[in-house]
Design a protein around this ligand. Structure first.
Ligand SMILES: [Zn+2]
Length: 271
């Protein structure tokens, strides 16, 4: 599943399209989480792509009269291709630009992604307005997190994966951040100390920052339509390493299920 770092790298990779005008839009398959608006080809024609931003895992592509809110769902992928590029199965949408022979192509085999057009403020859209802070922004800090966790009986791993608490901390990044912070994933949120929360916030920022940097360096693979859309963070310290030795203490990594998601931790390094 594309996570925040993959979405951020996608956004950065789309920058060559900024300030270009739309030649035409071709919808080949309307079926996504919600059907693609059938008037999009008519609406977007001749509009200019003015800005590309991101909120959580949503890419906000601002055009002259509105914004496309794009989510990659489970298996969505955006490629920049030229006119010569052949079509693949599951290519849902092309936005063809007037200059530079460029096409933004949206591909999504599992069809859980979404492409929504709004002419209102995208930040007040129902999918976006209630999202928690961005992990890399100043608003996500220890003072904020301790308040959010103070009455929570939920385990800490599920709490940091809740997009109302903080956006973009997926399953892998949650396991990794808790390992770096030395906190067991199944600890009760409200019992985590301030000192631990300070470390946890920093660990979340580091894990996500590192993944974005790695992703940026493999951007060519990411935009290869035939390539694998893998996690950038593929040198996991605990994730998917059950029974393998911990990198710090050599003790075997344990796995447990929390809310149906696999969690990995070191019994010695995480308290
Ligand atoms: Zn260890």
């Amino acid at each position: 599943m594309p996570e925040l770092p993959e979405v951020e790298v996608t956004r950065l990779g789309l920058k060559p399209l900024l300030k270009l005008n739309v030649e035409k839009v071709v919808i080949r398959n309307y079926s996504l989480r919600w059907p693609i608006n059938s008037s999009l080809p008519e609406v977007l024609k001749n509009q200019t792509l003015l800005d590309l931003s991101r909120r959580g895992k949503y890419i906000l592509a601002k055009f002259t009269s509105g914004t496309l809110i794009i989510h990659l769902g489970m298996s969505g992928r955006i490629c920049l291709v030229s006119h010569e590029e052949s079509l693949n199965k599951h290519d849902h949408l092309d936005i063809q630009f007037k200059k530079n022979n460029l096409i933004l192509r949206y591909h999504d085999p599992r069809r859980f992604g979404s492409i929504i057009w709004t002419e209102d403020d995208p930040y007040s859209h129902k999918l976006i307005k209630n999202l928690g802070p961005e992990p890399l922004k100043k608003e996500f800090n220890a003072e904020y997190l301790i308040v959010r966790l103070k009455n929570k009986k939920q385990c800490i791993k599920n709490a940091i994966m809740d997009s109302h608490v903080v956006v973009g901390v997926g399953n892998i990044y949650a396991s990794e951040a808790l390992y770096h912070a030395g906190i067991r994933p199944h600890r009760i949120s409200k019992k985590i100390s301030m000192k631990e929360i300070v470390t946890l916030v920093q660990s979340i920022k580091n894990v996500i920052k590192e993944a974005i940097i790695k992703g940026g360096s493999t951007m060519n693979d990411f935009f290869d339509v035939n390539g694998e859309n893998g996690y950038f963070q593929n040198d996991h310290k605990v994730y998917d390493r059950e029974d393998e030795p911990c990198f710090k203490c050599q003790f075997p990594i344990k796995q447990l299920k929390l809310g149906q998601r696999s969690s990995f931790f070191c019994k010695k390094c995480q308290k």
